[in-house]
Design a protein around this ligand. Structure first.
Ligand code: SF4
Length: 450
């Protein structure tokens, strides 16, 4: 383990685009929180060719015959902080999950934390657990607290400030939970929360009330709450579309995931399955050829990838996305609009163009949900409309997602468009949902600008 001063001077060499670092750390993190656990059993190690780099700071280790690419920045981070870890270990998704960064002292070893970030720990650990894969941490600027990916995963003191309109369950999912882990909000669709585990925890997560609260159960064939969910779906022939989310279902082992998908696919009235995941962005080595082949066996399976910023589009992500696309899986992307992180047309255009180059269709741009302590992430709706109007017509329609507000109180997703008449009452936006019901969205930060 390297000492603080050596770590700090070496970290300075890891600023984006500057590279020549070496140092030491044994990389022996162990999960510490009650809400987390160890990686699941099942699945395999990854073996693949590298593909076209996506961004300038990346390369694919010429001459080293890697089984998985490693961008230059991550390689330097590994050399500095995990000098005993081989490229093969680093490229193993289980190693990445086992060695997640979960505690303040580990963050301090890797990042020069700002006063604001330190404030998040003043009265103990934040409620939403912290987890960063070493890979994802390596994409962040260790010296700059405004780094976009860092802002999405390292808590700040403002996370402890809860505004009056913020809710633990802003979408009212608990109310529409019909059996444990199954939300039935729309007539023909259900949301199955297959796990509460994610590879990393986003500070703006809509399900911050529950993610990381349960350990991965040992694989025993089928989980009890899945059984109840499958029974519910099988018993309601209106349900034709099952969204499998969480948590992140791709943190499950191959065998377990395969069993769940098969049980759902076997229900005659279920026409499509959709997986929501951030894994290709934060743990791309999880998309092994075996996993891609498994998912590709399900003919009506769609993958929706949670992407935040073009900095996530590394050679590693490129291989992960390529494997999924090559397996025949239709890929979509969903992004949360985040203040100061991706709330400008230039950043989103770079993200969307990069995704399209990898056969991923931008699907939804979400207004950030008002979870407790999220005001520093939320933009006024006017900002989202401005960004969309700067994209429409200025790039191909494929690169322009639907901008939607997931309305509180079970309103569902409501699309908003530039030029659309919007009513306001006492700081709330009044929106009409698919049932014709008026829903209120607390857009208090928008002022009177709409
Ligand atoms: S990956 Fe999704 S479910 Fe997990 S913390 Fe991030 S937003 Fe929440």
């Amino acid at each position: 383990m390297n000492n603080a001063s050596a770590s700090c001077s070496a970290r300075q060499l890891l600023r984006r685009g500057t590279v020549d670092a070496n140092g030491g750390h044994d990389g022996d993190d162990e999960p510490s929180g009650d809400r987390e656990d160890k990686p699941p059993a099942g699945g395999d190690a990854c073996h693949a060719r590298s593909t076209q780099p996506l961004s300038g700071f990346c390369h694919s280790l010429p001459g080293l015959s890697p089984t998985f690419p490693e961008n230059e920045r991550s390689q330097q981070f590994r050399n500095l902080h995990y000098p005993d870890v081989t490229h093969e270990q680093w490229s193993d998704w289980r190693w990445q999950l086992k060695n997640r960064i979960r505690r303040l002292k580990d963050l301090q070893r890797l990042f020069n934390l700002t006063t604001d970030e330190m404030q998040a720990f003043r009265r103990g650990e934040p409620k939403l657990p912290i987890a960063l894969t070493p890979y994802y941490a390596s994409l962040m600027d260790p010296e700059n607290g405004t780094d976009p990916l860092r802002r999405t995963h390292i808590p700040v003191g403002r996370e402890r400030i809860v505004a009056p309109q913020e809710l633990i369950d802003p979408l009212g999912e608990e109310e529409r939970t019909v059996v444990p882990g199954l939300v039935h909000r729309y007539p023909d669709r259900v949301l199955l929360m297959a796990t509460r585990q994610c590879a990393t925890y986003c500070r703006y997560c809509t399900r911050s009330r529950m993610v990381g609260t349960q350990s991965h159960e040992k694989f025993q064939g089928f989980r009890q709450h899945w059984r109840q969910a499958v029974d519910h779906i099988a018993g309601d022939d209106r349900i034709r579309d099952v969204v499998i989310s969480g948590g992140d279902p791709l943190t499950l082992g191959d065998e377990e995931l395969g069993v769940l998908l098969q049980r759902l696919a076997d229900i005659p009235h279920v026409e499509i399955l959709r997986i929501g995941t951030k894994v290709p962005m934060v743990l791309p080595m999880r998309i092994t050829p075996a996993l891609a082949a498994l998912l590709g066996r399900f003919k009506s399976l769609w993958i929706n990838i949670h992407c935040t910023h073009p900095d996530e589009l590394t050679p590693e992500a490129s291989v992960a996305l390529g494997r999924l696309a090559d397996a025949g899986l239709p890929l979509g992307a969903q992004t949360v609009l985040l203040a100061g992180i991706n709330d400008d047309a230039h950043t989103l255009k770079r993200l969307y163009h990069g995704l399209l180059r990898h056969r991923v269709r931008p699907y939804y741009l979400y207004q950030c949900d008002p979870i407790p302590g999220s005001s520093h992430f939320r933009t006024p709706v006017a900002k989202g409309l401005e960004v969309i109007s700067q994209l429409r017509g200025f790039t191909s329609g494929l690169a322009v997602p639907h901008y939607v507000i997931d309305a509180p109180d079970n309103g569902g997703k409501i699309p908003v468009l530039p030029g659309m008449p919007l009513k306001r009452e006492e700081g709330d936006l009044l929106l009409t949902n698919y049932q014709g019901r008026t829903c209120r969205y607390p857009d208090g930060m928008a002022g009177d600008s709409l």
